[in-house]
Design a protein around this ligand. Sequence first.
Ligand code: HEM
Length: 530
Amino acid sequence: MSARERVAGTVANYVDERTGAAKWLKKNLKKVFPDHWSFMLGEVVMYSFVILLLSGTFLTFWFDPSMREVEYEGSYQPLSGLKMSAAYASTLHISFDVRGGLLMRQIHHWAALIFMAAMVAHLLRVFFTGAFRKPREMNWVIGVGLLTLGIVEGFLGYSLPDDLLSGTGIRIAEAIIQALPVVGSYLAYFVFGGAFPGEVFIPRIYTVHVLLIPGIFLALITAHLMLVWYQKHTQYPGPGRTEKNVVGYPLLPVYMAKAGGFFFIVFGVTAFLGAVASINPIWLYGPYTPGQISAGSQPDWYMGWLDGLVRMAPPLETHAFGHTISWNILIPGLIIPGIMFTGMALYPFIESWMTGDKREHHLLDRPRNNPNRTALGAMALTFTLVALINGGNDLIATHFHLSINQIMWGTRFGIIILPPIAFVITKRICLSLQRADRDLVLHGRETGRLVRLPHGEFVEVHEPLSPEKAFLLTQHEQREPLQIADTDQSGVRNPQGWRGRIRSRFSIAAQEQVAKPTPTEVKELEHGHN
Ligand code: HEM
């Protein structure tokens, strides 16, 4: 035994005798994880979160979250001598006078964008493959909480520098708070410590941004990962994979090595972007003054859809009992996002109610095999995308020489018409793909090779599928819709009444499928009875 091995052994023994860690590690380091590129998306979220923590800590050393008025004396000459808040001045200081400061600011901002993008991609993977089904509904709900927190955290983060762009965003946030009926104006006064913009908002959101939300994030991410660990990971269907096993590689050494390498790739890409791609150049916007706003003010992309919804709302207001209800802010700013996020959180429960499926699922769905869910996802994405496009209506108008009104009216109609169209088209595409799968299993792969038979007929040669591929295309379950009768055999009315009828309708829609080939059909074909 070498000296190094002896030292490692002594240290390991020392720790084990005091913590009993060896037994736990022996069991858990061998834990098997299934392998698929899409499982990396959750990891990208995790790694960008670590990058956010590290780069954010660096920024706290110099950022001054204060609205105290100062005169700028730093090295960025165009703003020299200008009066501004200490928050804005310290952000300029980090950008121009702290070594590596601008790089860190840019890394932090890029990491936030990647964090949110990876989180949405991860959510879509989980949604479209049905990974949220029992027993993972709780983890889905935690995920929706993380997404909501991510949006709030990002917004608070880019509001901190108190530049003209971020101040405009805060002004919109104030309008949304004020739109709350009855309590709105009081709440806005409370949050801003008086009239807008006041002196306390930036220091307050600083504490929330660096302390409260990261703390909640850490707690929720820990719970999220513990649940993944405890419930085990789902896996894609394939030969040898069942609802009861997990086929993959052990955590040590394969996953540890992969995950370690992957962290550095994510870090490298973020650092590269931070080094070469300018992001949030606040010195070009200038300090915030409530009387000014610049053209082309855009929030970060994950807030853009919300901005787009607010921009497209028609001017609707009600005046009653001495109160004004601004529907034009209340509906797009609070009610629609509320419905979207509540609907998203409840979706696992809604789907299981629609289909009557209360069983555990550890094998993932191929999106085409659940056309209704896939179409719903496409519908929600289309809605968000149309809203996002309107969030950039001013820039789209100037870049493509269009009228901003045309874009707004286009998206007003688009947001109502396009999502249902997306639903129908996606569902039809899924059913067509199912039909293609069926043909593939029954007739094999078209080779494009034409053969002339002895009696002169030309036929295309079809190659039979490998047993693995045939298994993959036929392994999924096709359930019958729920049979909910209005009355039972004795003529007693179903106590569920209209709820039963709605459920039955939904169930029929959810179970619409192209019948997969039966074993008898496959056998008949194998024996040439076609
Ligand atoms: C800070 C944000 C998040 C982090 C760090 C995170 C991390 C992870 C990781 C590492 C995994 C295992 C690997 C994988 O399946 O990709 C996972 C699984 C999962 N995540 Fe997330 N996630 C986050 C947000 C979300 C969101 C927004 C949702 C959905 C609303 C979600 C729902 C789930 C579910 C249901 C699983 C289990 C998937 C399975 O076993 O197939 N997560 N998460």
